[in-house]
Design a protein around this ligand. Structure first.
Ligand SMILES: *Cc1c(COP(=O)(O)O)cnc(C)c1O
Length: 333
């Protein structure tokens, strides 16, 4: 079983599938798509209580982030991240031509306000990333840190909320005011069970959304995706039910891990990071693979040495993972 890429273990609702099949039949395939994806952006705006002018949609939140960096990073500019965090932020920043500076999280993966102040005052980054809940640690960022960063940063502040629905607090309320410097990215890949659709968006001040529309390729979002995404937003209750099941299972996994010989950290996402105390991370990963369980091997990543990340699966998958881990930790060479 695959518990390594933080996908939803549950498929999207049957009703959505049927609706998509109907929508496909009525698309004007000979015409270009609605270039500004009005209907989809309008529905996302309604969901978040913001104006449509504060919503930009793209092919996965990774394309949203890339477009933000093409617009606000690039050569001779600086992008800040706080490691350990989602590696793609630094990677996309470097591809844009920017210099990446990395602040450090504490050993428990929280972030100190002193470190935020140090990075901002030493480097005046043009773009700063926070990921909350943070991948791969699972930590939800302290609200004070987000406010502090927004307050002291003269550049753009990107809050990556790919896992927001699995936790409680969101920074969306900071993101839509004109003149502000905070933007919040979201994705359909995790909570909406639609990793295969490649759809993500950002809530941002309208002038930033205008900039993104100027930078992104014309007609970047195809008609099918616009229709399928809009249809998905009609199944909010089903999404919330899936999220509740996953959050409950996350609790069960965390509880089970606390009784094993591993360190673990509180997670606000659909995965849990853990570190075997006696055996190396990679060796444990291999022992899990030998038992048919694939988790994410983070053991060679900076700041999470010897750690593994397990995605919350179905009830049966999680039970199998816990049993396999027990055996892996007890295995005598
Ligand atoms: C999974 C994930 C994404 C999702 O990217 P998509 O391109 O929307 O699939 C974004 N950010 C983080 C931190 C993630 O873990």
């Amino acid at each position: 079983m695959r518990l390594n890429t933080n996908e939803s273990p549950f498929p999207p609702p049957q009703g959505w599938r049927a609706e998509v099949a109907r929508l496909v039949a009525s698309i004007d395939w000979n015409r270009y798509p609605d270039r500004e994806a009005h209907a989809l952006r309008g529905a996302i705006a309604t969901r978040h209580g913001v104006d449509m002018s504060s919503v930009f949609v793209a092919n996965g939140s990774n394309e949203v982030l890339q477009t933000l960096l093409l617009s606000y990073a690039g050569a001779k500019r600086t992008v800040a991240v706080f490691e350990p965090t989602y590696q793609l932020h630094a990677h996309l920043a470097r591809i844009s031509g920017a210099t990446v500076v990395a602040g450090r999280r504490s050993s428990d993966y929280t972030l100190s306000s002193e470190e935020i102040q140090r990075v901002v005052s030493e480097h005046s980054p043009n773009v700063t990333f926070l990921c909350s809940p943070n991948n791969p640690t699972g930590r939800v960022e302290a609200w004070g840190n987000i406010e502090l960063l927004a307050d002291i940063s003269s550049g753009l502040v990107i809050i990556d909320e790919a896992y927001a629905e699995f936790s409680e607090r969101s920074a969306v309320e900071l993101a839509s005011t004109s003149g502000g410097n905070v933007v919040v990215s979201r994705t359909f890949s995790k909570t909406w069970s639609l990793a295969g659709l490649r759809l993500g968006y950002v809530i941002a001040p309208p002038e930033i959304v205008d900039m993104l529309h100027a930078v992104v390729l014309p007609y970047h979002l195809d008609s099918f995706k616009q229709a399928a995404g809009l249809a998905a937003l009609g199944y909010v209750d089903e999404m919330n039910d899936r999220v509740a099941r996953i959050v409950a299972e996350r609790g069960r996994i965390t509880e089970a891990l606390s009784r094993l010989d591993v360190d673990t950290w509180p997670s606000g996402a659909n995965f849990v990071l853990f570190k075997p105390r006696q055996i190396g991370g990679h060796a444990t990963w291999q022992r899990l693979v030998d038992r048919g369980v694939l988790v994410r091997d983070c053991s060679s990543w900076s700041g999470v040495e010897d750690c593994l990340r397990v995605t919350v699966g179905t009830e049966d998958e999680n039970s199998a993972f816990i049993e396999a881990l027990k055996q892996a930790l007890e295995q005598s060479e």
